[in-house]
Design a protein around this ligand. Structure first.
Ligand code: SF4
Length: 148
């Protein structure tokens, strides 16, 4: 059983699957994420793949400041992901509310709704910053797997 678990963790590290959720962004962060996964930057060559279901995802990438309307959906999606699961807050809005901070309609960042493992600031962040954020997350996953 221990060997199977280690094998599953190893596979997850070599090919993490992402799920993207827009919690109320202006779409510029989403476009940069698209640039990161399409041929110019092509994160799929590292085994990183976008999936449509939370039940298949290892990493939840959230853009936007989290509107009050989107918050229950974000929480439900997070709860549907299998453990261990990781969250990336993508863009200044997702990190802290950004330009929408203080608005009556938003919750000022993803970590006010679900736990966040890595923050990628920028308005919007460039694909290189997104790839850097994924690498930081992979290092964190590796440290957890190896028990460091
Ligand atoms: S961080 Fe900037 S680009 Fe991203 S959703 Fe907010 S306003 Fe838009």
């Amino acid at each position: 059983m221990y060997v199977l678990r280690r094998l599953a963790l190893w596979g997850r590290l070599r090919s993490p699957w992402l799920l993207h959720f827009n919690s109320g962004s202006c779409n510029a962060c989403d476009i940069e994420l698209l640039a990161a996964i399409t041929p110019r930057f092509d994160v799929e060559r590292f085994g990183i793949k976008v999936v449509p279901s939370p039940r298949h995802a290892d990493i939840l990438v959230v853009t936007g400041p989290v509107t009050r309307q989107a918050a229950p959906r974000l929480k439900r999606i997070y709860e549907q992901m299998p453990s261990p699961k990781y969250v990336m807050a993508l863009g200044t809005c997702a990190c802290s509310g950004g330009v929408f901070r203080g608005s009556y309609a938003v919750l000022n960042g993803v970590d006010n709704v679900i736990p966040v493992d890595v923050y990628v600031p920028g308005c919007p962040p460039r694909p290189e910053a997104i790839i850097d954020g994924i690498i930081k997350l992979l290092k964190k996953m590796e440290a957890e797997i190896s028990g460091k």
